[in-house]
Design a protein around this ligand. Sequence first.
Ligand SMILES: C[S@@+](CC[C@H](N)C(=O)[O-])C[C@H]1O[C@@H](n2cnc3c(N)ncnc32)[C@H](O)[C@@H]1O
Length: 163
Amino acid sequence: MTGGGSSIREVQALLATLVASKPGGRIAEIGTAFGAGARAIAEALPPDATFVTVESDPARYAEARAALSGTRAEVLNARWEDVLPARAPFDLIFFDGGTRGQPFELPISLLAPGGVLIKDDLTPGEPIAGDPVREAFFEDQRLIAVELLTTAATAAIVAVRRP
Ligand SMILES: C[S@@+](CC[C@H](N)C(=O)[O-])C[C@H]1O[C@@H](n2cnc3c(N)ncnc32)[C@H](O)[C@@H]1O
């Protein structure tokens, strides 16, 4: 499945801040698109951390790979479900791409203890009940989660897997 545009700069700043707190961390992005979020992550990457980003669409992958050349981002053209489980656990995952079936069980299972999962593109002010995204993050006992405004009209969830 292809879809969605680039992350906004406020989300990129959030990503950079969280990534910088992960020395030695294993970082993953699900859905590279054109590489905008990946560049923010790569530029904040601590020296001993690793970063892999996965894009299923070949044209987007090619564009992102060119845009990220010279960074430490490893860019893969694949479906994340097929390649990331073998590389888990991760200390931070930017979950920004497609899902199938049960959307959130698999990415949560890829987190290391203390690992952080970021999901953006939420509309603020909506209740948890009845929203599959919010239910997945706020009702999963493995996680501690908070919803943050990224602009007046957009929100993101940051969730940490309990150690
Ligand atoms: C919202 S965009 C990503 C934006 C990007 N993370 C950024 O910060 O600029 C979502 C991307 O996920 C990709 N995608 C969809 N399903 C995927 C899958 N199963 N595996 C990997 N990428 C997928 C889409 O092709 C699309 O480019």
